[in-house]
Ligand binder design. Structure first.
Ligand code: G3H
Ligand code: 13P
Ligand code: ZN
Length: 309
């Protein structure tokens, strides 16, 4: 089976009350860990590439690694651009094998967001590629997405119908209280399910996307601390809230930070226990294994997409 778009996946996920995992990838071991988990659980997958990943790995390597994952597993896999910030970047991905792109023009005013998104949608649809857009602003910092807490804004449910209608976008990321990175909540973790419900009422059957959805798995935070690292105050989205979102209109759940933590925890543990090792295959084997364990847990216990490939 070649790379697929997310159209069928989202339709089944919406009807089945589960979500597809969208995992960020930057290197071979992470891709291998994710796809071996998905293969064992017979789960559909979205592998997503950010601008930061493109800068780190070179897009050509990532594209061929993802194509290798398809050939290796035969699973339905979507190759998705995460947080594309310009038409040109989306166009480049569309021309180079991506089956799905995100245009994140959420930092622009409403009319400008519509204008940029519509232009990407027209080009993408002409090439058989689907598009995710964002309305509302998530807080958090990664390489190319920097939104201060004070600038974060929940999605306004009264805008979603017009946005989707005028852009023709295929899925929509909304802001309901999640944020990017490993430090999401200072106090109690709270998601605005009332907003999600209103959005779903306005857009019946339409797939919603949740970014910033890592849980900050305590076991990995503890491992990082135990083996010489430090992540004070790290806090993610509780898994029961993610399960609830997946049972509602949320069809795609984005996970990056949990994978970064699993990878780092495994490498730290490896060096602490094997200070003389210097063959990267030794410690990367452990990193890949913990990524796999993390993804299996997500597929079965959080997303509910096991057995749905
Ligand atoms: O939401 C974005 C992802 O976590 C990617 O982060 O831009 O540091 O690769 P990055
Ligand atoms: P996390 O930082 O919570 O893993 O979110 C990742 C994400 O939204 C990628 O687009
Ligand atoms: Zn994101």
């Amino acid at each position: 089976m070649p790379l697929v778009t997310s159209t069928e996946m989202f339709k089944k996920a919406y009807e089945g009350g589960y979500a597809i995992g969208a995992f960020n990838v930057n290197n071979m071991e992470t891709i291998q860990g994710i796809v071996s988990a998905a293969k064992e659980e017979n789960a559909p997958l979205i592998l997503q590439v950010s601008s930061g990943a493109r800068k780190y790995a070179n897009p050509i390597y990532l594209r061929h690694l993802i194509e290798a994952a398809v050939e290796d597993t035969g699973l339905p896999i979507v190759m998705h651009l995460d947080h594309g910030d310009t038409f040109e970047l989306c166009k480049d991905c569309i021309e180079n094998g991506f089956t799905s792109v995100m245009i994140d023009a959420s930092s622009h005013p409403f009319e400008e967001n519509i204008k940029i998104t519509k232009k990407v949608v027209e080009y993408a649809h002409d090439h058989g590629v689907v598009v995710e857009a964002e309305l509302g602003k998530l807080a958090g910092i990664e390489d190319d997405v920097k939104v201060k807490d004070a600038d974060a804004a929940y999605t306004d449910p009264d805008q979603v119908e017009e946005f989707v209608g005028r852009t023709g976008v295929d899925s929509l990321a909304i802001a309901i209280g999640t944020s990017h990175g490993a430090y999401k909540f200072k106090g109690e973790a709270k998601l605005r399910f009332d907003i999600l419900e209103k959005v779903a009422e306005k857009l019946p059957g339409f797939p919603i996307v949740l970014h910033g959805a890592s849980s900050v798995i305590p076991e990995y935070a503890q491992m990082i601390e135990q083996y010489g690292g430090s992540m004070p105050g790290a806090k993610g989205v509780p898994e029961d809230l993610l399960r609830k979102a997946a049972s509602m209109a949320v069809c795609k759940i984005n996970i990056d930070s949990d994978l970064r933590m699993a990878f780092t925890a495994a490498v730290r543990k490896h060096f602490s226990e094997n200070p003389t090792h210097f063959d990267p295959r030794q410690y990367l084997t452990d990193a890949r294994a913990l990524i796999k364990e993390c993804v299996k847990h997500k597929l079965v216990n959080v997303l509910g997409c096991n057995g749905k490939a």
